[in-house]
Design a protein around this ligand. Structure first.
Ligand code: TRP
Ligand code: ZN
Length: 905
């Protein structure tokens, strides 16, 4: 291996500071779609903190990819001692400090990877995180090299009237030949992954606001001209995010101008480039006709997320990519809290506020358990701070983001909001302007709160989902209740097991519920008086016992309230106890949790019976418990909808000793039909009672009514005779004044039609297409609805999917479109994807290979759809292995190879 080759595996232990630093960067772009010239002038000097073990590095090694070299100059003179190679460029025998000028050419029009500089709908965009800047020019493309940037953009004025980059616009003007230019200066030092430019025919919604210190700021949301009417919600979300960060964390916007730009070709959700956030259109554009309530909520969350990165990620950034969760876990936690506060702020009273916060918490935990727990149980399992990677883009994972957010949340659970704020304040005081590590964040939390958090480091270094086993004993004579908590990992993947060294510090929130359904005041042994009704126990050993005093009657424990740690709780509740918790627990999260446990237990038992073709029956007590929730008008509609939604097929399959998607589907459908039959009149009443007539309102309350009403509709469509549901859904489709109701009606019609083998959905499906032909984000929904619809033997969904692949509106190069059809089918329709004939897997392999040649990042995401193959029934497992081997034999990119090789290892 030559000295410039990148080793196959990058290890955290091998981190070394850069040999050189780059203080300033001046970039000049001549933007031409097929041939953009980039001139880069760098002030370079030796890093005084570089390890000197191997002596003073004679050469400067810069990273570069897919670039055509034109020229190099050192201190203004042409420099010949430059070697261009596969991974970049070596500038030989450099002095201690110098100015380096490099000119290169790239081809944005041919760039289908959507990393680096690319063209989308005729406009220029960049995406540099994690390692895209090296596709624009040669550089020390690593986050611990921070520089100040000046950027000059030149382009044809008619084709590219708008020229944007990070920071402040300092100059603009016309050039000969119909060209023009703009110069931007970013006053803040930043790593290259935060660089951005945008050029093209765009327009902006603008707003001027004053921030806390009284400074005026210009806010802009840039979109293609026809999308301007869909930008209001994104702008409102941005303003709310700015206010929230000032109030909750005392963090103010530090630039005079803050821009969001929407682009329809984008690999992920959005990107926090300094002062110039670039977003997937999906997380910007909305109006009631085209966007669902979920879309509105997602836009608020993602706008918040990217804005919050300005402090957590940009002002303080990551030393290396192993520290990714330093910014992502923290920023996800911040966006979750923002969304929760926004919902709570809209609620009528504080009880309503608590309930609104709980629904957000439930949604977040559902994602964590369904996706992150699965990841942690498979071949891609890794700690929140990974030890190694082959391709960093594969590590923008549920573990780094969502488990990382839980690891941050636990500091707040341990120290309270005020203690957490103190830790944040100290973190910024110490590290503003620096590139730091997860340890630095933990130390700030520890020091600000006077705590030793050495043990807490294990949350960053151990993979796998911890299990807490609970045992309880009531001593009536002594009026004592004894709770024993034990922690371990259960069976873990070998990837996870290798990292597991010892017990974690687990904040375990607990309450005790008396026979009357009320919380008991809690006094632990050794305390003189009772304090509160929820206590956070700090489990630090393998097993610990806690004794509660003055317990007059045998209580029911409410465990891990508000999901106080990302663990699996094992406790042997009876069905009656779960029904009691579902009816009475004062912790809304655990009320929901009790219903989920009850449903999961029944569904898994039924799936086991379905797997052996045994007859199915549902416990009447379960039906009654769900009926009580359905009819409890004291509960918010949003909560009821969450409580009445059964655990997903993917989650259930993952709980089985051997995943059997067909059996899970049969069991889940059986329960849905039973609940539909037994509670038919209630579903109908709820459907009518929770209609939202009149003008569309985007409030969380109105969204809750719509969600519950549409859930009722979907249950009614499960009836043996779905005629009434079909009539209601058809009428709802025709009368809808918003996308939430229209899409829900169409989804219900598709499923009812599949079950009955009828054509009920054909006409609305065509209508939907014609109505929204010019709305790409809605056409994505049209594809996704069909990819995730129910299938039958007579009408397997794979046939529909293959037909839609040939539809003129399908385009594999557009990630949103690829996701809407291919990913929706492979990851969102388990019963059809895992067809016993292996047809789904063959389709998957074809698409991974096709995407691999266009866009490795997106291909690698799709490749992950089969990573849990070893956990499936033997017949499926064998077919999945064949498909994986097929991909392993053909895939070219590092991205896809890492995934399939780890899966097969
Ligand atoms: N940093 C971005 C965020 O979470 C995500 C991101 C990383 C990304 N790499 C990307 C977005 C590549 C688009 C493309 O906010
Ligand atoms: Zn992020």
């Amino acid at each position: 291996m030559s000295d410039t080759a990148t080793p196959a595996v990058i290890r955290r232990a091998d981190y070394a500071p850069p040999a050189f630093l780059i203080d300033t960067v001046a970039l000049e772009f001549d933007l031409v779609a097929e041939r953009t010239t980039v001139k880069s002038t760098l002030r370079v000097r030796r890093n005084p903190d570089a390890a000197n073990a191997s002596g003073r590095a004679p050469h400067l090694e810069l990273m570069g990819e897919a670039l055509e070299f034109v020229s190099a100059a050192l201190d203004g003179e042409p420099y010949a001692a430059v070697r261009v190679h596969e991974r970049g460029l070596t500038v030989e025998n450099v002095p201690d400090a110098f100015e380096l000028t490099l000119v290169g050419i790239c081809n944005p029009a041919a760039n289908t990877t959507l990393s680096g500089l690319y063209v989308s709908s005729g406009n220029f965009f960049t995406q540099c995180e994690a390692e895209g800047f090296r596709r624009i020019t040669w550089f020390l493309d690593r986050p611990d090299v921070m520089s100040t940037y000046t950027v000059t953009l030149r382009a044809d004025k008619a084709a590219y009237p708008v020229l944007l980059s990070n920071g402040n616009l300092v100059e603009e003007g016309d050039l000969p030949d119909g060209r023009h230019f703009a110069r931007w200066e970013d006053p803040f030092r930043k790593p290259s992954y935060l660089f951005a430019l945008v050029a093209g025919k765009l327009v902006a919604l603008e707003e001027r606001i004053r921030t806390g210190s009284g400074k005026e700021k210009l806010l802009q949301v840039w979109v293609e001209p026809h999308d301007l009417p869909k930008t209001r919600h994104a702008m409102d979300s941005l303003i709310h995010a700015i206010r929230w960060d000032e109030e909750r964390f005392g963090l103010e916007l530090d630039l005079d101008r803050f821009m969001i730009v929407a682009v329809s070709d984008f690999n992920m959700g959005a990107m926090e480039n300094k002062g110039l956030n670039i977003f997937n259109t999906k997380y910007v554009l909305a109006n009631p006709e085209t966007a669902t309530d979920t879309d509105f909520a997602n836009i608020e969350a993602v706008v918040g997320h990217e804005y919050f990165h300005n402090w957590t990620g940009n002002r303080v950034t990551c030393r290396d990519w192993f520290q990714l969760s330093l910014k992502e876990g923290l920023t996800v936690f911040r966006d979750q809290e923002f969304s929760a506060d926004m919902e709570a702020g809209n609620a009528a009273n504080s009880a309503g506020g608590a309930a609104a916060r709980a629904t957000k918490r439930i949604e977040d935990v559902r994602v964590l358990r369904q996706m992150q727990f699965a990841e942690d149980a498979g071949p891609m399992a890794h700690p929140v701070r990974p030890e190694s990677y082959v391709e960093i883009n594969n590590f923008y994972t549920m573990t780094v983001y969502e488990k990382g957010a839980e690891v941050v949340r636990m500091y707040q659970t341990l120290f309270g909001r005020d203690g957490f704020r103190k830790g944040m304040d100290l973190y910024f005081k110490r590290h503003d302007g620096q590139a730091v590590t997860c340890d630095d964040f933990r130390h700030a939390m520890a020091d600000a709160n006077g705590r030793d958090l050495a043990q807490y480091e294990r949350w960053y270094s151990q993979a796998g989902t911890p299990r807490v086993t609970v045992q309880t004993r009531y001593d009536e004579a002594a009026r004592r209740y004894v709770v024993t908590l034990a922690q371990g990992y259960g069976e873990a993947s070998s990837a996870a097991r290798e990292t597991q060294k010892g017990p974690l510090l687990i904040p375990f929130a607990i309450g005790l519920i008396g026979p009357d359904g009320r919380d008991l005041p809690l006094r632990l042994e050794g305390e003189t008086e009772a304090r509160g009704t929820t206590r956070v126990l700090e489990l630090t050993d393998t097993a610990q016992t806690y004794t509660f005093e003055d317990v007059a009657a045998k209580p029911l424990p409410s465990l891990l309230r508000n999901f106080s740690a990302p663990v699996i709780v094992e406790y042997d509740y009876s069905n009656d106890e779960l029904a009691f918790l579902l009816a009475h627990d004062s912790d809304p999260f655990n009320r929901w949790e009790a219903g989920q446990r009850l449903a999961t237990r029944e569904l898994l038992a039924l799936a086991a019976r379905a797997a052996s073709d045994a007859p199915l029956a549902l416990d009447d007590a379960v039906v009654a418990a769900f009926g009580r929730v359905l009819n409890d008008e004291t509960l918010s509609p949003a909560f009821r909808e969450l409580a009445l939604m059964l655990p997903s097929e993917a989650y259930l399959a993952e709980q089985m000793a051997e995943s059997n998607p067909a059996a899970v589907h049969t069991a889940r459908q059986f329960v849905r039909r039973r609940l539909a039959q037994a509670l038919k009149a209630d579903w109908l009443a709820v459907y009518q009672r929770h209609r939202t007539p009149g003008a569309y309102q985007a409030t969380p309350e109105a969204a809750g009514h719509r969600a519950l009403k549409n859930l009722a509709l979907s249950y009614l469509a499960e009836l043996e005779d779905p005629a009434e549901a079909v009539r209601l859904a058809t009428a709802q489709y025709d009368a809808a004044n918003n996308m939430t109701d229209r899409a829900a009606a169409l989804a219900t019609l598709l499923n009812a039609a599949a079950t009955a083998g009828s054509t009920w959905a054909d006409e609305p499906l065509d209508d939907f297409y014609r109505r929204f032909e010019n709305e790409p984000l809605v056409i994505d929904k049209w594809f996704a609805l069909q990819a995730t619809q129910r299938g039958t033997k007579a009408r397997p969904v794979i046939e529909t999917v293959r037909r839609l692949m040939a539809h003129p509106a399908f385009n594999l190069k557009n990630p949103n479109r690829a996701r809407s059809l291919i990913f929706s089918f492979c990851s969102g329709n388990p019963a059809q994807f895992h067809a016993p004939d292996g047809s789904g897997y063959a389709f998957w392999a074809e698409q991974v290979i096709a995407l691999d040649a266009l866009n490795p990042q997106v291909a690698a995401r799709l490749a992950r759809a089969l990573e849990l193959w070893r956990r499936f029934t033997p017949a499926l497992r064998e077919k999945m292995r064949e498909a994986l081997e097929n991909v392993a034999a053909q895939a070219k990119s590092r991205d896809v190879r890492e995934i399939v090789e780890k899966a097969l290892a």
